[in-house]
Design a protein around this ligand. Structure first.
Ligand code: HEM
Length: 409
């Protein structure tokens, strides 16, 4: 029998070419195994659906470094502490922070965003139509600006700052000069909170400032700052990936795209299947064991880091028959793209709304949309957590007509 504690090493190129492909292989051979992950170090990687789902809800897998088994630890970033948010907390702090955030991040506030999201999507697509040139990058023209605009308007980030914010978040996710980016984002959001406190608006940051000031000690200043930072980090690139990779999936499964055009009421189910199929994240954020924990029959000792491979869980044939098939008839739900348990994605209603609007508007506006590259030639960002394209070249008006030789015209 394999010694699961003996770490498997994986070549950097192999891993970053496709973390989800690597996890899928592990699922077949070593479903719970220690792996030396390039750039991260030793991680216990869990890849089967049932084990991943159980791990996501296991209170013995902690997110809070204050609870490290041999004594509290701090995050490697020394630039500034922006980790005081719910995704890095266990109960009861997690319960308190999530409850306070939900006072501002209400279903009503999210539902109200729909008409404006449609407007933003249609404007971006109209710009894309008139951009000239046969081929455009759908990532840059549509998949990125849509979520950053919606999120910025929701938070109350002024229009003039959005381009800067977009670059900062992408740099952060790519691990590019992270300490500098964290410092700059901390300064930016501190100033934004000060401005909203002085002059509140009808936006989420003003609502959070109100929650902070009314609850007094229930939410500290650093928790407020971290909470705003986290919303941007969690809510932007993830949705960009869903829109871009989802569009790619539609273009490579034209029969499913055609069904969606004919039956727009399929959109909510289609978005669930696209979430499962495209995996905007390769794995959940890291957890560590508070004590010895048994997962899938394997004992992971206390004080070890664990990666729950949500992408591999979504592709587990034991849970989703013929998982590689994109099929809008599949019973929706059950995927773990938004996680599971107490950390289940707080922004899921917003992400679903944005994706439904984006795919609906795109398919209507460009009935002949086609891919301007072979899928094998597309490049994916070499990052562990995020599963996203570098670019998505498309022909909005369909494949160019073959040019006939002159004598046949
Ligand atoms: C397609 C888009 C999105 C995907 C795939 C996604 C995925 C996830 C996942 C997997 C988690 C749990 C992580 C874990 O347990 O390790 C999570 C948590 C979270 N997400 Fe999302 N997310 C998306 C969009 C958003 C948006 C738009 C927002 C808000 C603007 C958001 C805010 C959050 C927050 C605040 C948490 C932490 C919840 C907690 O710790 O209780 N997400 N998300």
């Amino acid at each position: 029998m394999a010694d699961e504690g003996q770490p498997i090493s994986v070549d950097e190129d192999v891993y970053f070419r496709s973390p989800s492909g690597f996890f899928a292989q592990l699922r077949e051979t070593r479903p719970v195994a220690a792996v030396q992950i390039p750039g991260q170090g030793r991680r216990w990687v869990v890849t089967r659906y049932e084990d991943v789902r159980a791990g996501l809800a296991d209170p013995q897998l902690s997110k809070d470094l204050h609870h490290w088994p041999t004594g509290p630890r701090t995050w490697p970033s020394q630039a500034v502490n922006l980790h005081a948010h719910m995704l890095h907390r266990d109960p009861p702090d997690h319960t308190r922070l999530r409850g306070l955030m939900l006072k501002a991040f209400t279903p009503r506030r999210i539902a109200q965003l729909r008409p404006r999201t449609v407007e933003i999507a249609e404007t971006l697509l109209a710009d894309m139509a008139s951009a000239g040139g046969e081929i455009v990058d759908l990532l840059i023209r549509f998949a990125r600006p849509l979520p950053i605009t919606v999120l910025s308007e929701l938070l109350g980030v002024p229009a003039a700052d959005r381009a800067w914010l977009e670059v900062a978040v992408v740099d952060y996710d790519n691990g590019k000069d992270r300490e500098r980016v964290i410092r700059e984002l901390a300064v930016y959001f501190t100033d934004l909170i000060t401005a909203k406190r002085a002059e509140p608006g009808d936006d989420l940051v003003s609502a959070l400032v109100r929650v902070r000031d009314e609850s007094d000690a229930a939410l500290t200043d650093i928790e407020l700052l971290s909470g705003v930072f986290q919303l941007v980090m969690a809510g932007f690139d993830t949705t960009v990936n869903l829109i871009a990779s989802g569009t790619l999936a539609l273009l490579t499964h034209p029969e499913q795209a055609a069904r969606l055009r004919e039956e727009p009421s399929l959109l909510p189910a289609a978005v669930e299947e696209l979430l499962r199929h495209t995996n905007p994240l390769n794995h959940a954020t890291e957890r560590f064991t508070l004590t010895d924990v048994v997962i899938g029959g394997v004992t992971i000792p206390a004080g070890e880091w664990v990666l729950l491979a949500t992408s591999s869980a979504n592709g587990d044939p034991g849970r989703f028959p013929a998982p590689e098939r994109l099929d809008f008839n599949r019973q929706p739900g059950g995927h773990v793209s938004f996680g599971h348990g107490i950390h289940y994605c707080l922004g899921a209603p917003l992400a679903r709304l944005e994706a439904q609007v984006a795919f609906g508007a795109l398919l209507t506006r460009f009935p002949k949309l086609s891919l301007a590259a072979t899928p094998e030639d597309l490049r994916w960002r070499p990052v562990s957590l995020m599963h996203g394209l570098e670019a998505l070249p498309v022909r909005p008006h369909g494949p160019s007509r073959p040019t006939l030789p002159l004598r046949q015209r």
